[in-house]
Design a protein around this ligand. Structure first.
Ligand SMILES: [Zn+2]
Length: 398
């Protein structure tokens, strides 16, 4: 569903009918190489001019592409160039994070157009109702057709059914999020967890060093620790969508906070934002400091407060330990670190690099470690890319 089409390997595409495949080839050429003429697409693919014209007519009609002026003439008339529709929103993303929820709209190229943010309410129904009304406002403002809504959640979800299985932070269990939001908005809804969504965002909107990699791992640090695995350019989900739960790998004993599963030996209990805040509270000997959000702790560290820095650095040590285990097991090309911690990259990157270096076995290539190339809103972009990736890769019967 969410596989990104690799233009260099089109012959390996194996979904649906020939005609549907051709449509995706043309649409992805316009996305990746536009503005581009019909003739240029014909030259670069083995598709007939007539086939391309027919597909382009449909894409124009559906409002996915538009003509944007003329290219250089090669003798006859100047060819019209095609680009993705630039005006109006195409997708709405709802990023439900432990501290706040962001609802945003973006165009087909993934540029955010409008956004609203509010504090996430511990009662799911209240959060969902606010998210739906924000989404409805954004949809109402856009003249273009909205293709769908993507939802990113901080916990275990089943993307195939759109159900939330368990969000430990709020103790939300078994909720039909996709249906709840779909019925209220009348739009198609795609749901995934924050780490998978952030990984997908890197694949679709990240800088080339990440978006062109075949395999990479997203380590998403928020109040918890999540991982998203991109394997052969698609999200690796495993049985029942439960892959990537590395937050629960055993990394030590007597962590500063309990893991969301209750244990004190999980990676999340050592390396999450909650662990960092607990370390900070212990250092400043102030229980109330334990109520800070991870973002507030990062602000204090960036302001130069010693204890805040020390808490972050100690947390990064454990973060590095877990990353090093992932590298040993997966040998990915790249490890991307996402979430609020990327704002403090200067403070933590040295320690993380050290850990990566230690994990490289003899003669093996060193994986590259990078902060999210999208910034600290990777899960929001992920929610949006759930819709766009689907649009650009799903082969519907046409
Ligand atoms: Zn755990």
């Amino acid at each position: 569903m969410t596989r990104r089409i690799d233009l260099k390997r089109i012959h390996t595409a194996h979904f649906g009918t020939m005609r549907a495949i051709n449509r995706q080839i043309v649409l992805n050429y316009v996305r990746d190489r536009g503005p581009i003429s019909r003739a240029e697409i014909a030259r670069r693919t083995s598709l007939q001019r007539s086939t391309i014209s027919e597909i382009v007519d449909t894409l124009l009609e559906e409002g996915l592409v538009e003509e944007v002026g003329a290219g250089a003439s090669t003798g006859g008339r100047c060819p019209k160039l095609l680009a993705l529709r630039a005006s109006g929103a195409a997708a709405v993303g709802i990023d439900i994070a432990p501290t706040h929820t962001t609802v945003a709209s973006c165009d087909l190229a993934g540029s955010v157009l409008e956004r609203e943010t509010f504090e996430t309410h511990p009662d799911f129904e209240q959060t969902a109702a606010r998210a739906v009304s924000a989404a409805t406002r954004l949809i109402g403002k856009s003249p273009g057709k909205i293709e769908g809504i993507g939802v990113s959640l901080p916990g275990l979800v089943d993307p195939s059914t759109g159900r939330l299985i368990y969000v430990p932070y709020f103790n939300w269990r078994d909720l039909d999020v996709g249906r709840r939001i779909g019925v209220a908005t009348g739009l198609k809804v795609a749901v995934d967890n924050d780490a998978n969504a952030a990984a997908l965002a890197e694949l679709w909107f990240g800088r080339a060093e990440v978006s062109e990699a075949r395999d990479f791992i997203m380590v998403f640090i928020a109040e918890g620790v999540g991982t998203g695995i991109i394997f052969d350019r698609q999200i690796y989900r495993g049985e029942g969508g439960a892959a990537g739960e590395f937050g629960h790998m055993v990394i030590g004993e007597r962590a500063p906070v309990p893991c969301s599963c209750g244990g004190y030996d999980c990676w999340e209990a050592f390396a999450s934002g909650r662990a960092a805040v607990a370390r900070y509270a212990a250092l400043v000997r102030d229980e109330e400091a334990g109520q800070l959000s991870f973002a507030q702790l990062i602000d204090r560290a960036l302001d130069g407060e010693d204890e805040a820095r020390a808490a972050l650095i100690e947390t990064a040590r454990y973060l590095g330990r877990g990353i090093s285990n992932l590298i040993v097991g997966f040998s990915p090309e790249i490890v991307v670190v996402g979430g609020a911690i990327t704002r403090a990259w200067e403070l933590v990157s040295g320690i993380l690099e050290e850990a990566v270096k230690r994990s490289i076995r003899r003669d093996l290539p060193a994986p590259c470690l990078t902060p999210s190339t999208i910034g600290d809103e990777a899960s929001l972009m992920g929610a949006l890319s759930l819709v766009l990736a689907d649009k650009f890769t799903t082969v519907a019967a046409i």
